[in-house]
Design a protein around this ligand. Structure first.
Ligand code: EPU
Length: 446
């Protein structure tokens, strides 16, 4: 039997991409992976059914379906993009070892499992290609809320006789830690205040779903989220927001290839930082009845970029923007402030002809947590440089789309492996790109 984790370890196919064609037409953006996978976890907080619509058909969702089923929940696809989760009983408080290193979702199950069965054994997410990604904020917060936390080499064991509200100050507005605390606090005794919380649109969307389930959550000014614990939560229905990373990927693709694409379902409110950057570089946008259209408005010129927590520029937009900047005239500087090691992918772009130099200094705007710590977290991109097609190996999801984009812009043909990473987060990327005129085909592995 194929398990969710098999899908992570092997490519189903390679992509063969021939560059030079401007992308034109329309593309429908899928639901937001980083909201929906958390909303599926939130469904564990009630015995009643939760229906989520706008769910993308991606490996990451399949993985979470497998996790919930293993814990004893019933999960059904009730439509092409609709899922129903019913966690009437929790059969297992421990998530299987095969999910070690799988993704960031298991650690969010600690709160729901503590409420439902009083304990949880969760395999560790592990580090990854983009940085160390520790979970100290998550564990400290649960300790403050009354959980006993036992750290083991490959798993974390938590137990409690009842979670209680607490005042939690996050050292950095971590998306995952904020979600973890919210999921633990909604059914805790008393009130929890998260200071310095993350307020990404995906978190707000999950909060909206929790409110429909009966939770009492207020998002206040100054990054404060106040959660008043309630006794029980009920089932609900929720249509998740669209994926602002996928939308941005197609927007960048339209501008980079000199094309014009209507991104159906793209929401300006979630993309303001990206639109500002595109504007500075030479991309244009227009509102359409169904979303936003993106196009190249003029010759591309260099721009400076600094990633940040929301409402700043999303770190997951950094990679397509860097690729775009390789095609812009002049020297651009990009300062990555969320992950210490998120420029590794640029080495392969250099081999295609890009001129990108990494630097350990904080080169744009205020210095960040990585100042004076010897992390190559700034990049200087000199352009425009023609790119030449070659064999590429995707190291992680977001670098993956930058490579696809590089191949679409390059002269000649590129063969891309590591497509399993891209397909964790993008639904039918080949179908969507070919429908816009991209010369993309799949090829057998090996
Ligand atoms: N951090 C800590 N300790 C913690 C938690 C976080 O030091 O306990 C640090 C991290 O090492 C990092 C920073 O805080 O330097 C921010 O990490 P955050 O917790 O915000 O990230 P995350 O929740 O692990 C989510 C998305 C990422 C996205 C970031 C930033 C999911 C599953 N992942 O990660 O998305 O880049 O927020 O917005 O929601 C992706 O989709 O490809 C992806 C990497």
């Amino acid at each position: 039997m194929s398990t969710g984790t098999d899908a992570m370890s092997a490519d189903r196919h390679l992509y063969r991409i021939t560059g030079g064609m401007p992308l034109k037409g329309e593309v429908k953006v899928s639901g937001a992976k980083n909201a929906i996978t958390k909303q599926m976890v939130a469904a564990l907080l009630t015995e009643e059914p939760v229906r989520i619509a706008n769910v993308p058909r991606i490996v990451e969702v399949d993985l979470v379906v497998g996790m919930l089923q293993q814990l004893g929940a019933t999960v059904d696809w009730t439509g092409r993009h609709e899922i129903r989760v019913e966690a009437g009983t929790i059969a297992d408080s421990g998530l299987a070892e095969r999910y070690t290193g799988a993704n960031r979702i298991p650690i969010l199950m600690m709160g729901p499992l503590l409420h439902r069965v009083g304990e949880a054994v969760i395999p560790l997410p592990g580090g990854c290609q983009i940085g160390k990604r520790p979970i100290d904020y998550h564990l400290d917060a649960l300790r403050q809320m009354g959980a006993e936390v036992i750290e083991q080499p490959t798993a974390v064991h938590v137990r409690t006789t009842g979670l209680v509200g607490a005042h939690i100050e996050l050292a950095f507005p971590s998306v995952g830690a904020t979600e973890n605390i919210v999921l633990a606090a909604v059914l805790a005794r008393g009130t929890t205040v998260i200071h310095n919380a993350a307020i990404e649109p995906e978190i707000i969307d999950t909060i909206l779903m929790l409110q429909k389930m009966g939770a009492l959550i207020e998002v206040q000014t100054d990054r404060r989220i106040v959660i008043e614990g309630v006794k029980r939560l009920r089932g609900t229905g929720h249509t998740a927001i669209t994926d602002r990373v996928e939308a941005a990927s197609f927007a960048a693709a339209a501008v980079a290839t000199g094309g014009s694409v209507e991104v159906i379902g793209a929401r300006q409110t979630d993309l303001t930082g990206l639109i500002n950057s595109l504007h500075r570089i030479g991309g244009g946008f227009a509102e359409t009845p169904r979303g936003l259209a993106f196009y190249r408005a003029r010759d591309l010129t260099a721009a400076n970029i600094r990633t940040d927590v929301h409402p700043g520029l999303l770190t997951d937009w950094q990679q397509p923007l860097v690729l775009l900047l390789t095609q812009a005239k002049g020297a651009s500087i990009v300062h990555e402030t969320i992950y210490e090691d998120r420029f590794g992918y640029t080495e392969q772009l250099r081999q295609m002809g890009a001129r990108i130099e990494l630097n350990t200094a904080c080169l744009v705007g205020d210095s960040c947590r990585f100042a004076n710590r010897d992390h190559a977290h700034s990049a200087v991109v000199n352009g425009p440089t023609p790119l030449t097609g070659r064999d590429l190996e995707i190291p992680d999801l977001r670098a993956g789309f930058a490579f696809v984009l590089a191949a679409l812009v390059a002269e000649g043909t590129s063969t891309i492996s590591g497509t399993r990473y891209l397909e964790r987060g993008y639904e039918d990327p080949v179908g969507k790109l070919t429908a816009m005129g991209g010369q993309v085909e799949t090829a057998p592995v090996g």
